[in-house]
Design a protein around this ligand. Structure first.
Ligand code: SF4
Ligand code: SF4
Length: 222
C-alpha cells in the first residue's frame, strides 16, 4: 500500500492562505489505512486548520468530504461533489490521487495535505515500513521474498556490504541489514545455494529509465 504522512500544519496553512473556502477531500484508499487520509483525518485537519493562529487575517471555512479512491478518475467524476463556491481543494490522498483530482477539476487549485512517503506494509501496530520501490523488474524470487532495492540503504544486489554488523545496517543500529534478513530467510527456506549465485547487473531501464511509466491492456493480445 501507499503510505503517506500529514504535512506540517504551518506548511498546509501557508499553501491555502489565499483562499476563503476550502474543500478538504479524504481518500478511503491506502492512505486511510495508515491513518493519514480517511474521513476522521479530514475532520481533524479541518478543526486544526480553522484556528486563527495559522493566518494573518481570517481563517478560511472548510467543508469536508470523502471519496473511496482519489486515484480513480471514474470514482472522482461520479462521486466527488464540491460546493460551487469552493476556491481550492485540499487533498488527503497520495500524489497520484492529488493529480487525478486536479485533472478533473481543471479550474480549481488542488493542494496536497500529505507527503507521499513510500510503498510499504504494516509491520507492527502503528509501524509501516518501506517494502518496494516499484523498480519494474522484481527480484524477490531470488532473495527469499525480501527486497534489497527498497530495504538495503545501498540497493545492493550482491550483499551485504562491509558495514553490516550484528544483523544491523551501518546507517543505524535500529535498521536491520536487508542482506542479513535475506540470508536468514534463504537459510530457513533451505536455499542458501541461491546466495552463492552472483546477480548479473540489473537492468534499471524499467525503473523510470525511459521516463514516466505507462501500463495498459493490449487488446490485440486478448
Ligand atoms: S525488487 Fe523491485 S518490484 Fe520487487 S519488491 Fe523490490 S523494488 Fe519492488
Ligand atoms: S549494511 Fe546491509 S542494508 Fe546496510 S547498506 Fe550494507 S548491505 Fe545494505
Amino acid at each position: 500500500m501507499i503510505v503517506g504522512d500529514l504535512k506540517p500544519l504551518d506548511e498546509i496553512s501557508e499553501s491555502i492562505s489565499n483562499f476563503q473556502k476550502i474543500a478538504i477531500v479524504a481518500c478511503g484508499g491506502c492512505v486511510s489505512i495508515c491513518l493519514s487520509g480517511g474521513t476522521k483525518s479530514a475532520d481533524e485537519l479541518a478543526r486544526k486548520l480553522a484556528h486563527p493562529r495559522h493566518y494573518r487575517s481570517f481563517p478560511p471555512t472548510f467543508d469536508t468530504t470523502s471519496i473511496q479512491r482519489q486515484c480513480e478518475r471514474d470514482f472522482v467524476k461520479a462521486y466527488l461533489n464540491i460546493a460551487p463556491d469552493t476556491e481550492a481543494i485540499l487533498s488527503l490522498a497520495c500524489g497520484a490521487g492529488v493529480q487525478t483530482v486536479a485533472e478533473i477539476f481543471e479550474t480549481l487549485p488542488v493542494i496536497p495535505a500529505l507527503n507521499t512517503s513510500f510503498l510499504g506494509s504494516l509491520d507492527a501496530p502503528g509501524i509501516w515500513r518501506e517494502k518496494c520501490q516499484g523498480c519494474g523488474d522484481c527480484v524477490l524470487a531470488y532473495t527469499g521474498g525480501i527486497c534489497p532495492v527498497s530495504r538495503c540503504a545501498k540497493r545492493l544486489l550482491n550483499g551485504p556490504c562491509g558495514g553490516s554488523k550484528n544483523g544491523k545496517c551501518e546507517i543505524s543500529e535500529d535498521t536491520d541489514c536487508a542482506w542479513q534478513l535475506i540470508i536468514d530467510r534463504l537459510k530457513a527456506l533451505g536455499r542458501l545455494d541461491d546466495y552463492e549465485k552472483l546477480f548479473p547487473v540489473k537492468d534499471w531501464s524499467p525503473d523510470r529509465g525511459k521516463g514516466p511509466r505507462v501500463m495498459g491492456i493490449d487488446k490485440t493480445r486478448a
